[in-house]
Design a protein. Sequence first.
Lengths: 306, 306
Amino acid sequence: MKICVIGCGAVGGIFAAHLGRLPDVEVYAYDVAADHVRAINDAGLRLSGAEEFTAPIRATTDPAEIPRCDYGIVATKSIHTEAAIAAAARVFDRASAVCSVQNGAGNEEIIARYVRYVIRGTTFPAGHLIEPGHVGYDIQGDTWIGPFEPTATPMQLLRELAVTLSRSGMNTIALEDARGAQWTKLIFNAATNPVGALTGLDHGSATRFPPTGELFDALIDEGCAVAQALGIRLDQDPRVLVEKGARAPGRHRASMLQDVLARRQTEVDFMNGAIVQWGENVGVPTPLNRAMWALIKGLEESWKQK
Amino acid sequence: MKICVIGCGAVGGIFAAHLGRLPDVEVYAYDVAADHVRAINDAGLRLSGAEEFTAPIRATTDPAEIPRCDYGIVATKSIHTEAAIAAAARVFDRASAVCSVQNGAGNEEIIARYVRYVIRGTTFPAGHLIEPGHVGYDIQGDTWIGPFEPTATPMQLLRELAVTLSRSGMNTIALEDARGAQWTKLIFNAATNPVGALTGLDHGSATRFPPTGELFDALIDEGCAVAQALGIRLDQDPRVLVEKGARAPGRHRASMLQDVLARRQTEVDFMNGAIVQWGENVGVPTPLNRAMWALIKGLEESWKQK
């Protein structure tokens, strides 16, 4: 089996390294960071943190160097989905299936413009890039996948991918309907990411500080109302994820806070922006998610002026 | 006539310098910044910008050096009102009247714990401290004063203060009910200050950028609903102040953005916090003002951690 990981940063790197240990799987990593690609090809992809190992991976900045693959795993930031899948689509054919493990909502819709079978994925493992070729594996967790409804991806493909990922050490559950898992994480992210990014508070501090902890609650209430109107049954109350994250050791900075500190465009359009958009579609007001979206867009706008 | 200006920063400095030019008024400035006090006593208080002049003022860090005054003008940041009036109260007697020209709501209540007659004031001039002894006079405008209702300050005192301020070049209007002017500015400030502080956008940019401009509108709607429930007739639509500010030349940074950049505690409790509190008192929901309050409190909290 051949698998192409598209975007081999923190989350993509965790997937690629695990898959790279399976003797019956060839892993190809497509990434735009030339120094990262060079380091991976020179010395393998190193993970440290929750697990410590180095896996031999073939990495490239040029999808033309990758053979036809059975599966794709897209792990770029949402704002780069379009460019990444446009470049990498040539790697897949009518029998391949491509799975998003990205944050937010709206990535599957983009991928489906380029490949036949798309898989809706939600993953909880998290990490950060330590240096080129070296990913910090901060948080372990499960991955949930299901068909992206409009592409009617066969369950047989989903089950094969889930078994392969689980064998590699990334426990993955294949579901007929994975929207509940995705929306649970979406609502969690749309509450915790902008508040972390705007205040500079790490996740645990923002959860425990009453004003921001109550703002998490209010944002989650709006997201749950939209999910309910869409007929999506959440996996669990997103507050459980908030509490679980707050109990984790160390000071975890939300990915959007990491983006803001590095002055990188954030994923807010795919988080709060997606909740606002879906809320409009089903007539559920989301003034607080809209406010978070507006503040993050304003912050990004301010960077253009300096 | 003797007038004590309490807090001789940007706004206090503009008042003190103007009053200092009147031959029949003795002006005393109480400020906690020793270098600023020294510079004022050495070379006078210098204004530049909208007007250029230097006025001879007596300044001190010790209220015991100030004789009994007829009027007080409190121009500290709201978070310093309590400490400042507690120290300076000895300057006033049962015939004196003390006027707040501060931002936000809630300052008069604090001042009234220390002096008999309190005046509710709202002022539009703005500036910034350039260096000790030197204030930049950025924006000219009127001042509106009225009795602080619980102290029943006689209109005769208000009129005398208004005439004196107007003669000095600070046009001041005495009103029977000055709550409309104060709430107009309060609602304007509670919209523009946190959004500027959280995004880093100057006032004009935040007004013109559609996401933040629409957030201004939504915040103003909440504030207007609270004012209406309180029976306060606003002087004008706070959006007029937003538009007027956006047309001003240069890039004006909201005072809360200046505070955040300097990592100074902000006045958010007296702005969005006051609107939330009054909203609770009259049963008007203010979720967006509460969210802005929570984010600014979270931002202040994050400074304690670094």
